[in-house]
Write a protein that binds this ligand. Sequence first.
Ligand SMILES: [Zn+2]
Length: 183
Amino acid sequence: MNFNKKNIDYDKIQRMKALKYLEHYPQNIKTQIHQLLASEKLDKYLLKNYPKAHDIKSDKALYSYTMDFKNSYLKKSLPLSKVIYDGKINVINDALGLHTIISRVQGGKLKSKNEIRVATVFKNCPEEFLRMIVVHELSHIKEKNHDKAFYKLCTYIEPKYHQYELDLRIYLTYLDKYGKLYF
Ligand SMILES: [Zn+2]
């Protein structure tokens, strides 16, 4: 077998691997991000649009941040008992946050409560990215599946939901390749 090493563009393979957070996007968007990666301009792009990290660092602060959204947009939905940062969520497996409904029988009645967990990596990121995750998980209280109704609710709460998700994924790509961006 004739195996010619020179034909393999290792740099390109690295860039392809770096796009694992962006697999679901159309080719034209991936191409643009390839170009940003190749020209080493991801940091400039991110910092220009999102100059600083939020200061919602504790679980208590995260809970009241989330409750503000819930009270404004989902007031009548099931109660939210807990919102925490969770270091066990693996962002590589595509979970950025988790929404859990805990049901149990109490006094002959079925009681449900909601919990939201946010991957710890979002403790240090722009507020817009945290907002996108919180809006996503809150929307699951009403809409269980990732369908039209679900995304309609997400974009109703945050009109720039899709832009923030894309930029969040670009941020994760940056973190993997270069490490910390916000200090
Ligand atoms: Zn979801």
